[in-house]
Write a protein that binds this ligand. Structure first.
Ligand code: F3S
Length: 64
């Protein structure tokens, strides 16, 4: 599983980072991107799904 953030949709709500700071990082303006290449470590799949479900802009995308 991989996560990514659609930069055209992200508005900086930061819920993804609050829920999974190991999977997301924020730039100086508060916009998110996936850490590294977005690979979700074993056992963190639920956190990735939670982050996707909680982004108000639906900017967190999951690739199975
Ligand atoms: Fe952006 Fe959504 Fe996270 S708007 S900062 S991807 S919660």
């Amino acid at each position: 599983m991989k996560v990514r953030v659609d930069a055209t949709l992200c508005q900086g709500h930061n819920r993804c980072y609050a829920l999974a700071p190991d999977l997301f990082q924020l730039d100086e303006a508060g916009f998110a991107s996936a850490v590294g290449d977005g690979t979700v470590p074993p056992g963190r799949e639920d956190a990735a799904e939670l982050a996707a479900d909680n982004c108000p802009e639906l900017a967190v995308l999951i690739d199975e």
